[in-house]
Design a protein around this ligand. Sequence first.
Ligand SMILES: NC(=O)c1ccc[n+]([C@@H]2O[C@H](COP(=O)([O-])OP(=O)(O)OC[C@H]3O[C@@H](n4cnc5c(N)ncnc54)[C@H](O)[C@@H]3O)[C@@H](O)[C@H]2O)c1
Length: 258
Amino acid sequence: MVTSHPEPRIALVTGAAGTMGKAAVAALLKDGVHVVMADLDEKALDRARVDISASCPSIDVGRKTHLSPFDVSNREACRDAVRRATDAVGSINILVNNAGILTNNKALETSQTEWRTVFAVNLDGAFFLSQAVLTSMREKRWGRIINTCSYAAKSGGLTAGTAYSVSKAALVGLTFSLAAETTKDNITVNGIAPAYVRTPMVTEQLTDEQRKRVEEGIPVGRFCEPEEFGHVVSFLASPLAGFITGEIIDQNGGLQFD
Ligand SMILES: NC(=O)c1ccc[n+]([C@@H]2O[C@H](COP(=O)([O-])OP(=O)(O)OC[C@H]3O[C@@H](n4cnc5c(N)ncnc54)[C@H](O)[C@@H]3O)[C@@H](O)[C@H]2O)c1
């Protein structure tokens, strides 16, 4: 039997000031979810909330969101943030680990600092936050954890560097491990593996010529729109997606079938 979700549904979305984070927040708000918007910087979160209000005019975004500036790579900060959010709005029952940093250096050019920093944000942050929400999800017997992975995990990184690609592959591994550990708890843990979403992370790095070449190389002939990513977040967070766990949904415009 499908288990109905707890009320209220409360999501914590990291990287919420970024392009894909904002799209995920907007999609969840449209589903009636209260969203804790997490990112490094309060000012960026404020600006993101203004952008989301403009794109969701029928929603009282100020009342339905809570801003939470912290660094996901810091374990104590993750625990504090979840504690503070729980006190302010209630237990988190949807976690979207979306914060990420991209570097493009290939193996021989990658310094130890770059390697550690990329892993600290892209992998450790998702692990620390999952640890911080799991106990209450288990107690409530309902939860959704959604990790923003990347096509780079499978392709080895087309333009992305080694640290980034490996960190996203490790995030796929974390998704599988947490999914295996939580199947009996009515918690699902899934990932989304996008390629080439129309965001500054992708477009600002490319010249017009390169952008045209990349777009032509994507079988569907265009970049993924951020709203399409938000839609998959909303789907995986929905009660009727409860039979899907340990799955990585490819969103790569046909770059690879498997
Ligand atoms: N853009 C793409 O095509 C693409 C493809 C595959 C995967 N992704 C992944 O999607 C996610 C979102 O990417 P985006 O394109 O929206 O990038 P973005 O740079 O717009 O957003 C990332 C956000 O993460 C935040 N962040 C970075 N380090 C942080 C930290 N230590 N603590 C808290 N927040 C931190 C940034 O401030 C930023 O707001 C990332 O995980 C990225 O790796 C992007």
